[in-house]
Design a protein around this ligand. Structure first.
Ligand code: BG6
Ligand code: MG
Length: 220
């Protein structure tokens, strides 16, 4: 029986990839190389420091750990300039309605995000109150595809992993859900996320009823 839904944040609830892109691109330009939108795709679902490692690999550059920490801090300062101006209108279509439907159905809701900025983003889009539990980059030690972020979410909600559904837009996130033994729903295209249990383009028109109809486990 479905007891809880766990949501990734970036790319599922909001589109922050465009702000990450602006900030990483600025850093790359400062370091003297080009960073493209295609490169940015590789950073989805990846932690801040891992993202920096990928960026530096693209630029063919190497730095010490303290230098890298300073660069990540600089990138984040610029990123925060953008996300602190976010408004509820930036919540992706259909998300709020779906969350409300889950609440009405008595299904637990948790956030499972790699971002350390998750609390600020949820506050800006005024959705903090919708989540019964929040697990983000500040409270995990292992990055997706490690299942830690989702297992902690289930634990906080007091539900078994096998009764959870995860919504994710990144390959590593779907893998994390599968590693946690949870039902995975990919948000995006079939070509990229086809290995998820279910793939939907977004939440517009998606309902709890439709979700339940796809689930392999028995429903009330
Ligand atoms: C993930 C994003 O949700 O959070 C990644 O998909 C990002 O692109 C990661 O790098 C970490 O985010 P932050 O806000 O802690 O730098
Ligand atoms: Mg994501």
């Amino acid at each position: 029986m479905i007891e809880a839904c766990l949501f990734d944040l970036d790319g599922v609830v909001v589109d922050t990839a465009k702000y990450h892109f602006i900030a990483w691109k600025a850093l790359a330009e400062e370091l003297g190389f080009e960073f493209t939108l295609e490169d940015n795709e590789r950073l989805k679902g990846v932690s801040r420091m891992q993202s920096l490692d990928i960026l530096l690999e693209i630029g063919g550059l190497q730095f010490s750990e303290p230098e890298k920490l300073a660069m990540a801090e600089k990138k984040n300062t610029l990123y925060v300039c953008y996300i602190e101006k976010m408004t509820p209108e930036e919540t992706l279509p259909g998300v709020e309605k779906f969350l409300q439907e889950l609440r009405n159905a008595g299904i637990g809701i948790a956030l499972g995000s790699a971002s350390k900025n998750a609390p600020m983003i949820l506050e800006r889009i005024q959705l903090s109150g919708m989540f019964d539990a929040i697990v983000d980059g500040n409270s995990i030690s292992e990055a997706k595809p490690n299942p830690e972020v989702f297992l902690k979410g289930a634990e906080k909600l007091g539900v078994l992993p096998e009764n959870c559904v995860v919504f994710e837009d990144a390959i590593a996130g779907i893998e994390a859900a599968q590693n946690a033994n949870m039902y995975s729903v990919g948000i995006g295209d079939q070509e990229t996320l086809g290995f998820a249990d279910l793939v939907i383009p977004g939440f517009e028109g998606f309902t709890v009823e439709k979700l339940k109809a796809c689930l392999p486990f028995p429903q009330k």
